[in-house]
Ligand binder design. Structure first.
Ligand code: F6R
Length: 366
């Protein structure tokens, strides 16, 4: 039941500390800097054989996959693509026995995702899945799986089943990097040590919920919003915009920030609020100049920034503060205020947050 919360979505946002703690439990050996994912059925020989990973998923799960691509390429040095499940099987994909098709799904029953797995099977790929619903089809048909520890998710807008797979993908990348010998011992230990910080960092974002409510009140009648992110936080722009669209019915569009100058900047004026994700990561300077450009064109600016940042306060009309964190893991942190922002806008608009119009929790039709 919802307990102290008004909606399941709000409750589930707050359950992320517990879900992420459970995600690490039993899988991360901090003393030895090792990752254990036994249900993947993976050994060093199998790991070395992999030439390509194709992540396939829909919606929020696909956004998790976009972050996963960066983890798998950077940490494990395995070429990785992300394919929207409803596109994958219609484009005659190049898949063979050295390819892993990795499906991500909360429900494990999404028709398009299951069909993409079947396509991978037909073409001889190894099938892995990252799934929340225990015993679901996406778990059963896979050669190996990672079980999300999110617990049942009831709100149609996915929250805790977004952050858990980000951690799963990070752990998977470290495990593959270890088995394939692409990580030095120090790199491996450092990456594993960073994981320990995650639940607390998320908790510190949740503690700032009261600061988000007035920002939501200011923005709740906006007609449009533009979300910008870059690098590892580019997928978070997409995820933040999706959360806003699906529960508040405000049109939100996401762009990789570097694409702005190739067209979308034409949209920016005083009626187009720009939400920029600008934590202290390798793209910080680029994001700052993007925010300056939006401001120069009269757009109101909302910025996700790292506590202690001294430049963002001069540029932003509203700030979502997040704690300082290792940049590779920052998407798990920066998404939290955006979930709460979308939630509070929808709640203040008096909408049915847990059951948005036209949407179903599990999309079992094509
Ligand atoms: C967004 C949302 C959807 C799902 C998508 C995939 O909040 O919930 O975009 O992420 O329908 O669902 P699963 O993960 O069950 O395959």
């Amino acid at each position: 039941e919802k307990g102290e919360f008004r909606h399941f979505m709000q409750k589930e946002i707050h359950e992320q500390v517990r879900a992420l703690t459970d995600t690490l439990a039993g899988r991360v050996d901090f003393d030895n800097g090792k990752i254990r994912l036994p249900q993947l059925n993976l050994d060093a020989e199998g790991a070395k054989k992999i030439k390509k990973i194709i992540i396939t998923a829909c919606g929020t799960a696909a956004h998790a996959g976009m972050v996963g691509k960066i983890y798998l390429e950077r940490i494990a040095r395995i070429p990785t693509e992300v394919d929207i499940a409803s596109e994958f099987r219609y484009r005659d994909p190049i898949v063979d026995a050295d390819t892993v098709v990795l499906a991500i799904s909360q429900s494990g029953e999404t028709a398009d995702t299951l069909a993409a797995m079947e396509e991978g099977r037909q073409r001889g790929a190894k099938l892995w899945s990252i799934v929340n619903a225990i015993g679901s089809q996406a778990m059963r048909v896979a050669d190996g799986f990672i079980s999300m520890q999110s617990g049942p998710e009831i709100g149609v807008a996915s929250t805790k089943a977004f952050t858990a797979p980000l951690v799963d993908l990070f752990m998977l990348a470290v495990l593959l990097g270890d088995l394939r010998g692409t990580l030095s011992e120090k790199e491996r230990f450092d990456l594993v040590a960073d994981l320990r910080l995650v639940p607390d960092l998320v908790g510190r974002c949740l503690d700032r919920e009261d600061e988000i409510i007035p920002i939501a009140r200011k923005m709740k009648d906006a007609a449009h919003m533009l979300y910008l992110g870059r690098g590892v936080n580019m997928p978070i722009a997409y995820e933040g915009a999706l959360k806003l669209k699906e529960i508040s019915y405000i049109h939100a569009e996401a762009y990789p920030a570097g694409e702005m100058k190739h067209g979308p900047i034409a949209l920016v004026d005083k009626d187009m609020p720009v939400l920029a994700i600008a934590p202290l990561d390798p793209w910080y300077e680029k994001m700052i100049s993007q925010i300056e450009q939006a401001k120069a064109r009269g757009g109101s600016t909302l910025v996700v920034a790292t506590e202690g940042d001294t430049r963002v306060p001069d540029l932003a009309d509203h700030i979502f503060w997040v704690p300082k964190c290792p940049w590779l893991l920052s998407p798990i942190v920066t998404v939290i205020p955006l979930q709460m922002f979308a939630y509070h806008i929808a709640a203040q608009r008096g909408l049915d947050v847990d059951q948005p119009r036209n949407l179903a929790k599990s999309v079992t039709v094509e």
